[in-house]
Design a protein around this ligand. Structure first.
Ligand SMILES: Cc1ncc(COP(=O)(O)O)c(C=O)c1O
Length: 375
């Protein structure tokens, strides 16, 4: 079987080696304890409709790149919410509300987190207020309304929507369920990360006896990436090379890894990968990522629509895959790294490698998905 997939001119934008890399299982599991991780799995796996999302082998992409295997965790099938975020916000709502008497949940979101919080609120009979910036599409807003939430649009960017959420929540005694941590607000973000770690529990069973050599993790504020590192510490015997990928105009993890401390960057242009267009890594993820990430890489938006199409048209795998905008940079960065022979060698990518990628969302924004498919 041969493929005429043409990706030999794809490039990553920037690349960085973490000079402070020192993966330490015990330190990682101090930030998020095995009890928290196991509770999330026990609770979430008991929800109605739960089943592990598929781990698909990208055999056709691998014919081109010639590794051992490329695995793709397909989160488009996560409950009916179409992204891994379904695991975090909804779990955090359920845990935090127990016995605290609050009847209204609030959050700020780029879309997927809010959808999860709205779903969790609805399941638990709570009202939900969701704050979105001017960059969040109406398609995404409508889905959250369909889960029973009041959606409040705020002028400005994500940070402005978060500030408004905090102000109104303090005035009205609403329970904020945010996936970002700040000083004295760390419990809820830890719960959301514990929810995300369910993905790694599933993967540890799906790979059977195979060893993952490289894992590429998308980062916005770093919650998902850090939760997967936690999952590695909890569930995998072999620690893979950990690579974080970001949009090239929102490389807040890369810049923080470069300087060894949290760096806030100003976003000149919002990436189409809205969930990853973040200017500052969150406190809890940073505690985990700063010493566990091996490499950071960034990619431009130029490969998004091609990757979406290749996934849908079975050019990467035998199966059709519905991957939205944030599902693409794992693939495009892997191709970019592979195309640089010297760097490929340096980071030990070879025919023996088993690479794990995350299809972290499906067509969560249906309108944008259709546009990317036909562009
Ligand atoms: C689909 C998708 N992928 C990746 C991310 C980035 O996750 P995090 O902000 O936890 O780093 C998000 C965040 O909203 C997302 O929705």
């Amino acid at each position: 079987m041969s493929t005429n997939l043409e990706v030999s001119n794809w490039k990553y934008s920037s690349f960085l080696i973490n000079q402070n890399n020192n993966f330490n299982r015990n330190e990682i599991l101090k930030v998020l304890s095995p009890e928290n991780i196991d509770d999330a799995y026990n609770v979430i796996s008991s929800w109605k409709g739960y089943s592990p999302t598929p781990l698909i082998i990208l055999n056709k992409l691998n014919e081109k790149l010639k590794f051992n295997k490329i695995f793709y965790k397909d989160e488009s099938k996560r409950f009916h919410l179409k992204s891994f975020k379904a695991l975090g916000g909804a779990y955090a709502v359920e845990k935090i509300i127990k016995g605290n008497g609050k009847k209204v949940i609030s959050t700020a979101t780029a879309g997927n987190h809010g959808r999860s919080v709205a779903w969790g609120s609805q399941k638990n009979g709570l009202k939900c207020k969701i704050f979105i910036s001017e960059f969040v599409s109406e398609t995404r807003a409508e889905v959250m309304r369909n889960f029973g939430a009041d959606v409040i649009r705020v002028k400005g960017n994500y940070e402005d929507s978060l500030n408004e959420c905090i102000n109104q929540s303090n005035e009205n005694n609403w329970q904020i369920v945010q996936d970002v941590a700040w000083e004295n607000y760390k419990l809820v973000p830890k719960l959301t990360m514990a929810g995300y770690s369910v993905m790694m529990k599933e993967i540890s069973e799906q790979i059977k006896n195979e060893k993952i050599s490289h894992i590429i993790l998308q980062a916005g504020v770093g919650g998902m990436a850090a939760a997967m590192v936690v999952g590695i510490a909890r569930y995998l015997d072999h620690v893979p090379k950990i690579i974080v990928v970001e949009p090239d105009n929102a490389a807040c993890v890369l810049e923080s890894i470069r300087s060894g401390k949290i760096e806030k960057i100003s976003i000149e242009k919002e990436s189409i990968m809205g969930g990853m267009s973040c200017g500052e890594v969150s406190l809890v993820p940073w505690e985990i990522l700063k010493n566990s990430v091996d490499y950071c890489v960034t990619v431009s938006d130029d490969y998004i629509s091609k990757t979406v199409k290749f996934l849908a048209n079975r050019q990467f795998s035998d199966e059709k895959i519905i991957g939205g905008e944030c599902s693409t940079p794992g693939i495009s960065s892997l191709i970019g790294l592979n195309n640089n022979t010297e760097l490929k060698k340096k980071i030990s990518l070879s025919e023996d490698s088993n690479i794990l990628l995350f299809g972290c969302e499906g067509d969560a924004d249906e309108e944008l998905y259709q546009k990317l498919l036909t562009e």
